[in-house]
Write a protein that binds this ligand. Structure first.
Ligand code: ZN
Ligand code: ZN
Length: 80
């Protein structure tokens, strides 16, 4: 199971859970637009990230994209 941690949005106050990222995790990507987390295990699919593998919203996936509030999409969040 993935480790999760609590986060809170500084803008709207929404609390939500995020996957814990660590340097040995190379299977977790975030949408650069909506911040949705996508776990991709297949090396083939990873190679297609940025071309044909995209978020449901049409955004690109990136391992470096910041976490976002799921409600207002702000990146201004606090984590414990
Ligand atoms: Zn998205
Ligand atoms: Zn928010």
């Amino acid at each position: 199971m993935s480790e999760m941690y609590e986060a809170a949005c500084k803008v709207c106050g929404q609390t939500f859970k995020l996957f814990k990222l660590s340097s040995d995790r190379s299977d977790l990507f975030r949408c650069t637009i909506c911040g949705e987390e996508h776990q991709i295990f297949s090396p083939t699919l990873k190679e297609m990230i940025g071309s044909s593998v995209k978020c449901n919203c049409g955004g690109n996936l990136s391992a470096d994209a910041p976490p976002r509030c799921p409600l207002c999409l702000s990146t201004d969040i606090t984590t414990e």
